[in-house]
Ligand binder design. Structure first.
Ligand SMILES: Cc1ncc(COP(=O)(O)O)c(C=O)c1O
Length: 400
């Protein structure tokens, strides 16, 4: 069963205004159920967690529900779900905690494909520890991150390999399982950035070999909350900086300060929403999420073929990346127009796209497009339509 896009769109109040939201890679709109869950948390009365009174108990239940929901999304367990403001903050926190155990001459492997949030925290932590950084390179002609190179990048000193499950600009989906196999054979941990990937298809962090899987709810119809999921037994071995007075339990010891509890209720509602995308899906929420995200992926890729074919047929457009496995994310330049001008032209026609490096800092540098404003990014999520694609293509054609 594919996505009934008319039914799905009706769930999102913001889509009624008629814009073509092709900016989902930078954050999606949210369905009414997410808005209601956030408002509902405040309406029923919530306190801080751990108190003796009912409103505190409701906050406890929201946190527990959110951990379960994120676990259901990625195939983890609730006690391994660390919640925080966003992926970048959590990755810095994990990098600093892990690096406190690294020695001079240890090694970490990062990739030129990744969003900078899965690069710089590791590079900076490595510098403080005296560890060596090794780089996995992108095949610039295809946008692939060849997994074969990792055999030569890892060794007995490798402590961690950081790799993206999908590029937020090219859409490339590297063979993370192969990367993880090489890393694990060398005894290294694997930190997978699933921020872009999780919005576009089913996630099974065990199948990926991810010791850590990072995701952000605002990319998949939820509020601005990030999460990192790991085996609780692994988290028990890591000791981040924390207040003397705060919980030393896992996963709480990785979470600093008071959480935005109402937003966490919104995260659970977002996972419920994803699980409902395919109304024919049955079973528990994990199974329904997997079936629904498989349907979403198929729907997005079918539409994306039209988007990409349309762009590639235009002589004044250059597209970047043609990976064999990718998300529905296009990155392109338009001859004679810098990316910002192109995005402004499209915005004037009600088409929302991003321009710039989009934090794919190393990649846009390697492609030698960063100094010229990088490129335009147009991405599809499960609520986009053929009409959105047609409007994009018509707007880009006018620039020729
Ligand atoms: C692939 C990828 N990784 C990491 C991030 C950073 O996520 P956050 O905004 O939650 O820190 C983003 C955000 O755009 C992203 O697309």
């Amino acid at each position: 069963m594919s996505i009934d896009v008319g039914r799905v769109r009706a769930l999102y109040p913001a889509l009624a205004a008629g814009f073509a939201y092709l900016d989902g890679a930078a954050g999606t709109q949210v369905p009414q159920t997410v808005i209601d869950a956030i408002a509902g948390a405040y309406q029923m009365g919530i306190g801080n967690v751990g108190g003796a009174f009912p409103a505190s108990g409701r906050a406890d239940a929201i946190v527990a529900g959110c951990r379960q929901a994120v676990a259901d999304l990625v195939g983890g367990v609730p006690d391994g779900v660390i919640l925080g403001p966003n992926m970048t903050t959590l990755t810095y926190r994990l990098a600093n905690a892990l690096a406190s155990g690294w020695d001079q001459g240890d090694e970490v492997v990062v990739s030129r494909l990744d969003h900078d949030a899965n690069v710089r925290p590791w590079v900076q932590a490595a510098a403080r520890a005296g560890a060596v950084v090794r780089w996995a390179e992108v095949d610039l002609a295809t946008g692939e991150l060849p997994a074969g190179q990792y055999e030569g990048l890892v060794g007995e000193r490798t402590r961690l390999v950081a790799v993206s499950a999908a590029s937020n600009v090219l859409g490339t989906r590297p063979d993370v399982a192969a990367v993880s196999a090489a890393a694990h054979a060398a005894g290294a941990l694997v930190y997978v950035d699933g921020v872009h990937a999780a919005a576009h298809g089913p996630v099974d962090m065990a199948a990926l070999g991810a010791d850590f899987y990072a995701t952000s709810a605002y990319k998949w119809s939820g509020p601005h909350i990030g999460a990192v999921v790991a085996d609780p037994a692994l988290l028990e071995t890591i000791h981040p900086d924390k207040l003397a007075s705060s919980s030393d339990l896992v996963p709480e010891r990785f979470e600093q300060g008071t959480s935005p509890f109402a937003d966490l209720a919104g995260v659970s509602a977002a996972v419920d929403h994803l699980a409902s995308l395919n109304p024919d899906a049955t079973g528990d929420r994990r199974r329904r999420v997997l079936a629904s995200m498989a349907a979403a992926e198929a729907y997005e890729l079918e539409l994306f073929a039209e988007l990409l074919d349309g762009l590639e047929a235009m002589g004044h457009v250059t597209t970047y990346g043609k990976a064999a496995r990718r998300t529905a994310t296009a990155y392109f330049t338009v001859a004679g127009h810098d990316p910002r001008q192109a995005a402004e032209h499209l915005a004037a026609r009600g088409v929302n796209v991003w321009n710039g490096h989009n934090y794919a800092w190393e990649l846009t540098g390697a492609l030698a497009i960063r100094d010229a404003g990088s490129a335009v990014r147009a991405g599809l999520v499960h609520y986009n339509t053929r009409e959105d694609v047609d409007r994009l293509l018509a707007g880009v054609a006018e620039l020729g």
